[in-house]
Write a new protein. Structure first.
Length: 227
């Protein structure tokens, strides 16, 4: 005999099941009408190629209606709207020698090329007249010993004109202006017994030696305290 607790449980179960649209004779599952896309809002599972609720289906139909591509007319690298054929859509190259880009791209490129002094028949390179130093402002590459544009050349000539040294009269340790020979420029010792420094250096040294009453070349030597 059922207990009071079992009787209450049975009663509650019947009450709850009454609210459920599904029962043992009409169970919910993947093949149930409420699980399949048959034109209502509940079922979304695929049925005869249809997927989603009625809202999903209608939204998809609306979106596809705006799309110019479909199963029979798919978008791809060979689609007219993917190939550069003179409109704004296609940008891919048509063939090995075809143009590239949309209409705006093509027109912009033509405009830019029209302003360019160089082309396939007259390319720019190291041997181009505008790359070589031939007396104008453009070319700067070496040509017959000349380097730089016209301004570069004239500036170099001006600078070299102020320089008293040149390839035939270079500055070095044996240059007159590097050796102490009585002028202000040369300061290097001429030989083992020669002077050191410019004219001012020599005169200052002589004056300092005169002031020294104790030590000097002709006087008492300063003692060496090294042990």
């Amino acid at each position: 005999m059922a207990t009071n607790l079992e009787l209450i449980a049975t009663s509650e179960r019947k009450s709850l099941i009454a609210r459920n649209g599904y029962n043992y004779t009409d169970e919910y599952g993947s093949t149930h009408s409420k699980a399949l896309s048959d034109g209502d809002e509940k079922g979304k599972g695929e049925l005869d190629g249809s997927i989603g609720s009625t809202t999903d289906i209608n939204t998809r139909i609306d979106n596809l209606g705006r799309n110019s591509y479909d199963k029979e007319h798919g978008y791809g690298v060979t689609n007219p709207n993917a190939i550069s054929d003179g409109d704004e859509k296609g940008k891919g190259q048509a063939g090995d020698v075809g143009q590239v880009g949309g209409l705006t791209d093509i027109n912009t490129r033509k405009d830019n090329l029209g302003r360019n002094d160089y082309n396939d028949n007259k390319p720019y390179g190291v041997t181009s007249t505008n790359a070589l130093s031939d007396g104008d402002e453009k070319g700067k590459g070496e040509l017959d010993g000349s380097i730089g544009g016209l301004t570069d050349i004239n500036t170099r000539k001006d600078n070299v004109g102020r320089n008293i040294y040149d390839p035939n009269h270079g500055y070095g340790v044996t240059s007159a202006n590097a050796i102490s020979d009585g002028d202000e420029k040369g300061k290097g010792q001429l030989d083992e017994n020669g002077t050191i420094g410019g004219l001012t250096d020599i005169n200052t040294r002589k004056a300092n030696l005169v002031k020294n009453k104790t030590y000097g070349p002709d006087k008492k030597s300063y003692p060496d305290f090294v042990i």
